[in-house]
Each structure stands twice: as structure tokens, then as C-alpha cells.
Design a protein around this ligand. Structure first.
Ligand code: ATP
Ligand code: MG
Length: 439
């Protein structure tokens, strides 16, 4: 098969070959080509040493990405392409980069250091495939399998555990039995992995189309970095609203949310406060009073542990905190929440509430889901009509208040606030004359 490769990448492969070196596409791009998916980046492995690679591309823009580790990035027709010398790896004692790498002359040795069989396939310009570990067969069968002995590979580098779950969720493949067992048994290796790296893989996992299957099968792995999930995983909830336990409900809510990082993270954490707030009444019905606020605090801590950026953390915490609010579909309620959260977060909150409802007893939440649709339509209309839901949109300002005889100072703000409240509640229209008369 002659692969469909961008001309810039072809040029790099050809240049290396013309200089007498072996050069192959490798890793994710080959995997994706074989799956019939368009690759999003292109990696090349070569027998050329880094300085030889640099010499080959003397006329190009290059970045010495990781010279010590054998990687040179060549910028060709805007397509950045990583060219890496065949190598084997020493241990990863910092769980970021191997302690040392050793350049080798055989392609097969380079493929042997790679994590999964489907990522350990090389392909040259003519489409000749090198596949010493049966990666093509595993792709065919939809199996994610370690190269070599799984337990050893996960002990070398704990990040591979999260990569396995991410590939399982994103590509929808089954994790092969021995690989799966080694993941469970070596999950503690994640303690040695930098938070930022876990964070990245977790987000890609959550955005995957098969996220539910992975969350159901590997909750123990998530508990390694987020032990706070433990009590939620075993939580039973005996309420008319819920036909599922805490974890199954959470998983269903994650699946029901759009494949968006913020929304999926929110659904994963939305009920994290429940175990700590559980009480059972005389009829045996469970209640979880105050769980959104408690959950927001826990979520904040958990997101800090994984070093999420402030914007992501603050947004998820806000959504967790408000996920359970009652939203009667009335214009004044919509305006008030648009004011409190801003339009973006408000629309996200509607998505969160929908996903939450989808994970509950279906018959009981049907009306609530319809209400959410109404609410979205109302909010869109309010925004389209330019209705006032933020104080800066009020038709009068501080100068008008002072002109009406209020002494400059804090009283001006108080008056503006009071007027804004009446506009929000729909008592008076946001019109200059009406507001002035009231003043
Ligand atoms: P994608 O780019 O879609 O995330 P990918 O498989 O290309 O998937 P990269 O992180 O770009 O993932 O890594 C490129 C290749 O390097 C992988 O396909 C794999 O062969 C190898 N690799 C990456 N990380 C590891 C690791 N931690 N252990 C072993 N091999 C790895
Ligand atoms: Mg890649």
C-alpha cells in the first residue's frame, strides 16, 4: 500500500533515504493510517544520528527538540515533523524522560521500546511495513496489547497505564487480558508520574467515545491519583431519583455529556460530595443534603492535585457547585443565572444538568429534560433580544443617579444595584425614561 502522506513529510523521508539512511514513519501516524484515520502528526524514526539528521536538513528550519534523546524537529511546509534516531531507553526514574537513551542501529530494537503493539509499527515511503510484534493483527482485532511483558513495561514507566486507558477510550479498543491485569496490579506506579502528564492523558481519556467502558473497568486506577473517588465508587443511593449506585450514575452522566473536557470533568466530579453528605431517613430513603457545595470543595482540591490550570479548575468547580440548582423556566430566573454565571458557563450548566438527568431514572426526569430545552431557548432569546442581564448593560449609569440628586459615593452603587435588581426581575423595563422616573 502506498500511504497517503503529506508532501513535506515525503520530502523528509526521501532526503534521509537519499543520504543513505533508513527512514520510516512510526508510532501514532502509522497506527492511524492502518486504521483508515487521518493522522494528526507525523513521527519519523531513522538510522541517522541526530547530528547527521541536522546535516541532512541544513537548509531547513529545525528545532533541536531533544537532541540528547535523539529527536530533531524539522519544519517542512509548516508541518512540524519529529525525526528521532533509532534508540533504546534506560529507566524513567523521573517518569518524564528516560534517564539515558542509547542509539542503536536496528529498527526492530527501536520498535521494541515502544508501548503498545499498535504503536510499534513502522512504514517506509513505499508503504513497506515492519511489524515485529503483530500490531496490525491487534489493530484488526481492536486489541491494545503491550510490547513485551506488560508488568515490566508498566513498571518501567507508569504513564503507560494512563496511555493504555486513553487509547482504550479514544480508539475504542479492548485492553488485552494480560495487559489489563498488569494495569490493575501496577497501578501504584502512577504515584511516580508527574501530575501534568496524568492530567493530559486523563483529559484525552474523558473525551474518548468509549470513556464509559474504561471508567467502569478501571476505577481503581483513577483512585491512585484521586483517592477521593473511592467512597463514590462504592456509594449506594436508595432514592426515587436514582436507579444506579454512585459510580454507575457518574459513568452514565460522563457518557451523556458532550465530548468536551470541561463538561466531562464536571460530570466525573459532580457527585463527589455525596458520600460525605449521605443520611437515611426513617423510610430508608437516602438524602445527600448540601452535596454540591461539599463536592465543589473536594473538586477544587482534586483539580489542584492534578495541576489543572486556574480557568479549568474554577469553571469545573462552579459547575459542580450549581449542578443541582432548581431552574424553573422563567425569564427572570434565566436572566438572574445569566448574570451570575455569564452566558458561557450558564449554557454549560444546562448541559451538565441534562447529562446528570440522563444518568437518573429516565421516567422521572423526562419533564426536567424538556424544561432544560425550554430554558436554553429562553436564554438564547434573551441574548438575541439584547435584554439586560448584566449591570453594565443597564440603560442608566452612575452619572444619571448623581444628576438625580444622589450624593456621589457608595450610595450611587447601592441605587444602581437596586434598579438593576428590578430590571432583572422584570419589574421594570431596561429603558432610560422608566428608570429615570423611578429614580
Ligand atoms: P497520539 O499522537 O494520537 O497521542 P501517539 O501514539 O502518536 O498517539 P505520542 O505521544 O505522539 O502518541 O507518541 C508517539 C509514539 O512514541 C507512540 O506511538 C509510541 O510508539 C511511543 N511512545 C510514546 N510514549 C511512550 C511511552 N511512555 N512508552 C513507550 N513508548 C512511547
Ligand atoms: Mg503522536
Amino acid at each position: 500500500m502506498k500511504p497517503d502522506i503529506p508532501s513535506g513529510v515525503q520530502h523528509i523521508l526521501q532526503t534521509l533515504a537519499d543520504a543513505g539512511f533508513e527512514a520510516h514513519l512510526v508510532g501514532g501516524c502509522v497506527r492511524d493510517l492502518l486504521r483508515g484515520v487521518e493522522p494528526h502528526d507525523w513521527d519519523i524514526c531513522t538510522s541517522a544520528r541526530p547530528e547527521e539528521t541536522e546535516a541532512c536538513f541544513a537548509g531547513h528550519r529545525i528545532i533541536e527538540t531533544g537532541l540528547k534523546h535523539g529527536t530533531v524537529t524539522v519544519l517542512e511546509e509548516s508541518e512540524p515533523c519529529e525525526v528521532t534516531t533509532y534508540r533504546t531507553e534506560g529507566p524513567y526514574s523521573d517518569s518524564r524522560r528516560p534517564d539515558y537513551v542509547e542509539f542503536v542501529s536496528s529498527l526492530e530494537a527501536d520498535l521494541a521500546r515502544r508501548d503498545f503493539t499498535m504503536n510499534a509499527i513502522a512504514m517506509d515511503l513505499a508503504g513497506n511495513v515492519s511489524d515485529p510484534f503483530g500490531g496490525r493483527e491487534d489493530i484488526q482485532a481492536g486489541l491494545l496489547r503491550c510490547v513485551g511483558e506488560p508488568a515490566r513495561r508498566f513498571r518501567e514507566d507508569g504513564l503507560r497505564i494512563m496511555r493504555a486507558l486513553r487509547f482504550g477510550a479514544a480508539l475504542g479498543c479492548t485492553i488485552e487480558a494480560e495487559t489489563a491485569r498488569a494495569i490493575h496490579e501496577n497501578r501504584h506506579m502512577l504515584r511516580h508520574v508527574a501530575a501534568e502528564r496524568i492530567n493530559l492523558e486523563l483529559c484525552r481519556l474523558l473525551e474518548g467515545g468509549r470513556v464509559g467502558d474504561i471508567l467502569r473497568q478501571y476505577p481503581d486506577v483513577l483512585c491512585e491519583f484521586w483517592p477521593e473517588l473511592g467512597p463514590l465508587i462504592t456509594l449506594e443511593q436508595n432514592t426515587p431519583w436514582h436507579c444506579w449506585g454512585g459510580w454507575e450514575h457518574t459513568v452514565r452522566a460522563v457518557e451523556a455529556a458532550p465530548a468536551d473536557r470541561i463538561l466531562r470533568l464536571t460530570m466525573l466530579l459532580h457527585d463527589i460530595g455525596k458520600p460525605g453528605c449521605k443520611s437515611t431517613d426513617e423510610n430508608g430513603i437516602d438524602h445527600f443534603c448540601g452535596h454540591p457545595a461539599v463536592g465543589a470543595e473536594l473538586a477544587d482540591r482534586m483539580l489542584r492535585t492534578l495541576k489543572f490550570d486556574n480557568r479549568t479548575r474554577e469553571r469545573v468547580v462552579t459547575l459542580v457547585k450549581h449542578h443541582d440548582v432548581q431552574l424553573p423556566p422563567q425569564d427572570r430566573v434565566v436572566r438572574r443565572w445569566l448574570n451570575r454565571l455569564g452566558p458561557e458557563a450558564f449554557f454549560q450548566l444546562l448541559e451538565v444538568k441534562r447529562a446528570d438527568g440522563m444518568g437518573q431514572s429516565r421516567a422521572l426526569v423526562k419533564d426536567r429534560l424538556t424544561q432544560l430545552d425550554e430554558m436554553r431557548a429562553q436564554a438564547e432569546a434573551i441574548i438575541a433580544q439584547g435584554q439586560c442581564f448584566s449591570q453594565k448593560d443597564l440603560a442608566i449609569n452612575g452619572r444619571d443617579v448623581i444628576a438625580a440628586g444622589v450624593a456621589p459615593g457608595p450610595e450611587v452603587g447601592r441605587v444602581l444595584n437596586a434598579l438593576f435588581e428590578r430590571v432583572l426581575s422584570g419589574e421594570i423595563p431596561n429603558e432610560r425614561e422608566a428608570l429615570r422616573r423611578l429614580l
